[in-house]
Design a protein around this ligand. Structure first.
Ligand code: KG4
Ligand code: ZN
Length: 327
């Protein structure tokens, strides 16, 4: 099966064409990050308008790169939620139009599912595991028995982990999106120098909370700091986020009786998170995996991959967008 997928849930306009589960025919992303950087965050209407103007040429580029006519594509998929409503409408409408034009099915794909399955890109089966999705918009733990069989174990009650990175980066005067900047500075810092709260570490459930940590960093900065302390501040803040993520992820794997942890979303690129997962998982006898780098932040290939597991030719042409979808 050849799937063309469109992802427009936030500020990336992305189109990918995938044959079966791992044969990448095209993978296009037009990032709007520079445009939104000027505002210090994503402006929904600006994102939607850019999707609208960028999408036609991106679809044509992907199609030409794959060397296919549109009628040689078996299904057209798009992210229908969660995300910014007006941004989702652009991608879903475009994919429905393409599907109708060549009389092929339209497949509505969940953005979180796209992230969650991305560590298994290329595989035809999704093995049982616990999934940790850590992105700019989401922080959640799910038990996955197999494709389509998901159970939410816990989620953040306020900010997502990536959002906390971005907000703290903004407080520190670092450019948006700040997660990667904090990661880089933290490599030169001492994670034990400053004590920031590990919220809900001992709550005994799989819920997260990062807004108190962000506030605690703000109070700390308000008392004044030397620019030379920046690496230690970044490292200490980052450690507080990671300690909670690693602790709860491993606890979830153990409680579910699984032996595999899959970590996805933009924050899975964090070098300290990877190092601490390596250490903790190997001493606990748990295997862990993450997506290839290009599939960690928002992209259309993960949407195409999720769609590639759909059986049968049923079309979701009547599907609505689900901006606030949650498991
Ligand atoms: O998955 P993604 O595109 O977001 C959503 O779907 O919402 O991931 C973007 C998020 C941003 O918050 C960004 O700061 C964070 O991932 N991020 C990182 C790193 N690289 C990206 N956070 C920490 N360390 C990194 N190396
Ligand atoms: Zn995402």
């Amino acid at each position: 099966m050849i799937v063309l997928a469109i992802e427009t849930s936030c500020d990336e306009t992305a189109v990918a064409i995938l044959r079966d589960h791992g044969d990448v025919l095209s993978h296009e992303i037009a990032s709007q990050a520079d445009i939104h950087a000027a505002y210090g965050g994503v402006v929904p209407e600006v994102a939607s308008r850019n999707h609208l103007s960028l999408l036609p040429s991106l679809v044509e580029k992907a199609r030409a790169e794959a060397g296919l006519r549109l009628d040689q594509i078996d299904a057209f998929a798009a992210t229908n939620g969660p995300g910014l409503a007006a941004a989702l409408l652009v991608g879903v409408s475009a994919a429905k139009g393409l599907a109708l034009g060549v009389n092929k099915p339209f497949l509505a794909v969940n953005h979180i599912e796209g992230h969650m399955l991305s560590p298994f890109f290329g595989l035809s089966e999704i093995p049982p595991h616990v999934g940790l999705v850590v992105s700019g918009g989401h922080t959640m733990l799910l038990d996955v028995a197999g494709y389509g069989d998901y159970r939410l174990l816990g989620r953040t009650l306020d900010d997502a982990a990536g959002e906390a990175f971005d907000k703290v980066a903004k407080l520190l005067g670092l450019p948006y999106p700040g997660g990667v900047q904090i990661d880089l500075l933290a490599r030169k810092g001492n994670p034990d120098r400053f004590e920031f709260p590990r919220s809900m570490l001992g709550s005994g459930d799989f819920a997260f909370s990062f807004s108190g940590l962000k506030t605690s960093v703000r109070y700390f900065l308000d008392r004044g700091f030397e620019p030379a302390d920046l690496p230690d501040i970044c490292a200490s803040f980052q450690e507080a986020v990671i300690d909670v993520l690693v602790h709860k992820a491993l606890a979830a794997v153990r409680r579910q009786g699984r032996s595999l942890l899959a970590v996805s979303g933009g924050v899975s690129s964090n070098s300290r998170l990877q190092a601490k997962l390596d250490l903790a998982c190997s001493s606990a006898g748990i295997a862990w995996r993450m997506a290839p780098p290009a599939l960690r932040t928002d992209n259309a290939l993960m949407i195409a991959y999720a769609a590639s597991h759909r059986q049968g030719g049923n079309s979701d042409l009547a599907a609505d967008i689900l901006p606030n979808f949650d498991y």
